[in-house]
Design a protein around this ligand. Sequence first.
Ligand code: CUA
Length: 155
Amino acid sequence: MHLHRFEKIWLMLGAGGLALFILLLCVNAFAMGMAPPSNMEMIDPKKVAETPPFDKPGLKQIGDKEYDAYMTAFAFGFSPTKMEVPVGSTVNFHVTSPDVIHGFQIPGTNVNFMVMPGHINSATYNFDKPGEYLIICNEYCGAGHQVMATTIIVK
Ligand code: CUA
């Protein structure tokens, strides 16, 4: 079969692009572990209740108006149930789940992420307005999904 020279060039470009794509995919999967590039903190979901700091969920002051909030999202609630910080505080949320996938959203802010068993997901928010902020689960997780909420009070 005779192939025109340009046809050969195009075939080589096509095959080359495909080979490059497969190579990059393999590098991602095997060399880089094919995981989300952002938060890589892992935890054994069966041992959340006994793994510090999630054995005692709550707020930890780490600086002037800066807090770490270690929280668990479970079917069907959040722990701790109520938190309070002074206005102007920066809160670093670290959240994990011992059971299924939940959501973590604070309406009116840009805090909105998934909480996956086996992962510790996080987000930081600066509460510069006083008020009662609702934290809700926005990922359908079972029969009690709609009651899954907690609050953070800023004053
Ligand atoms: Cu947890 Cu919906």
